[in-house]
Design a binder for this molecule. Structure first.
Ligand SMILES: NC(=O)c1ccc[n+]([C@@H]2O[C@H](COP(=O)([O-])OP(=O)(O)OC[C@H]3O[C@@H](n4cnc5c(N)ncnc54)[C@H](O)[C@@H]3O)[C@@H](O)[C@H]2O)c1
Length: 334
């Protein structure tokens, strides 16, 4: 079957993915530099599974030895990135350097070792301000922050490598990711977290004060509308993408991953209150820069090409987060 190289496996989405891939019998080679990832989750995964090797490494550094030592890498699933919109507005250099240069070095090393299949974590931030909803993959791409722009740049490099160098790919554009693994054992530890559902649950559980940091926008309740996709559903789509890439050649696909519908920030907060039975203080925090009013995905292509659709509801995501934060109020501590 060969091995899957997973970058960013110590981060939120990558750690849930690594658990899922290992559970499904794949051998995983993980890479992370712990920039925003956590050592503890690597220990948990190492203790739970045999087929997992890990390298602490920055993707901008030389990666040859990993491909040399792990001879049978067949495919790369590339989650590693800097991914905070607000931070990218303050420090664009970090975003172009880490996301573009890191990905470029990874892609060039893959080709050097004849690994020509990749699943790339992209984002709905490549679309920018929505011109229509639901947003399909052909929607104009006008990123309005360096984070989205850096992801679009990597998409373009991958597309050119597909045309000219035989790279096969699924570029997966995620909408807003939420939830933890179904058993609540692996989840998000961003400090501070910028993810709404996570923060609302922490607020309801009394772990941390919940601040509304969204801008006032032109939607029915004046809070932004986003499409909240469960992290396990999202990673199940990656599993299908991996299976397809391992079986077939000539795959050059860009696909949205969302639920196909949107919720406003206040709707999510009310939902978390309803499920937890706790009132959340709505302290308005500092407005975030580089944000837009409304976006949700068309997921018709994901259904057609991957045979995928989300199975978990927002209630499921909130419940998995409650389980996660009850065991790990502050996520992984180190
Ligand atoms: N969380 C979301 O809602 C969301 C939405 C759209 C897209 N994405 C994308 O999903 C991916 C994962 O996001 P996440 O929420 O899990 O973020 P995260 O910060 O929790 O995980 C990213 C991981 O990559 C590692 N990393 C970063 N730069 C690295 C480098 N140069 N070398 C090695 N490791 C490096 C970090 O240490 C971290 O473990 C990112 O590519 C992000 O852009 C996330």
């Amino acid at each position: 079957m060969g091995k899957i190289l997973v970058t960013g496996c110590a981060g939120y989405i990558g750690s849930v993915a690594t658990d899922l891939f290992l559970k499904n019998g794949y051998a995983i080679v993980g890479v992370d530099n712990f920039q925003t990832g956590y050592r503890l989750v690597i220990e948990v995964l190492k203790n739970k599974y045999k087929n997992f090797s890990f390298y602490e490494r920055d993707l901008k550094d030389n990666l040859d030895d990993i491909f040399q030592k792990e001879k049978d890498i067949k495919i790369v699933v590339h989650y590693a990135a800097s991914c905070m919109v607000d931070e990218s507005m303050k420090d664009p250099q970090k975003y172009f350097s880490n996301n573009v240069c890191g990905s470029l070095n990874l892609l060039n090393t893959m080709l050097k070792f004849n690994v020509k299949k990749i699943v790339f974590s992209s984002t709905c931030a490549v679309y920018g301000e929505t011109q229509y909803t639901p947003v399909d993959e052909n929607h104009p791409k006008n990123p309005i922050n360096p984070y989205g722009e850096s992801k679009r740049m990597v998409e373009k490099i991958i597309e050119w490598y597909g045309k000219l160098l035989g790279l096969n790919y699924f570029i997966l554009r995620y909408f807003n990711v939420c939830g933890a693994s179904d058993d609540g054992e692996i989840g998000d530890s961003k400090k501070p977290s910028v993810l709404l559902v996570q923060n609302a649950v922490r607020g309801a559980l009394g772990i941390e004060k919940f601040y509304l940091t969204c801008p006032k926008v032109d939607t029915p309740d004046n809070t932004p509308i986003r499409d909240y996709i469960n992290v396990v559903d999202l990673n199940e789509a990656h599993l299908l993408a991996v299976e397809k890439l391992l079986k077939e050649d000539n795959i050059f696909e860009i696909i949205n991953l969302g639920t196909g519908s949107g919720n406003s920030v206040l709707e999510i907060v009310s939902k978390v209150e309803e499920i937890t039975g706790k009132k959340i203080d709505r302290v308005f925090g500092k407005t975030r820069a580089g944000e837009y009013a409304k976006i949700y995905a068309s997921i018709e292509k994901a259904k057609k090409v991957l045979g995928w659709q989300p199975k978990r509801t927002i209630e499921d995501s909130v419940k998995s987060l409650i389980a996660w934060y009850q065991k790990h109020p502050n996520g992984w501590e180190k």
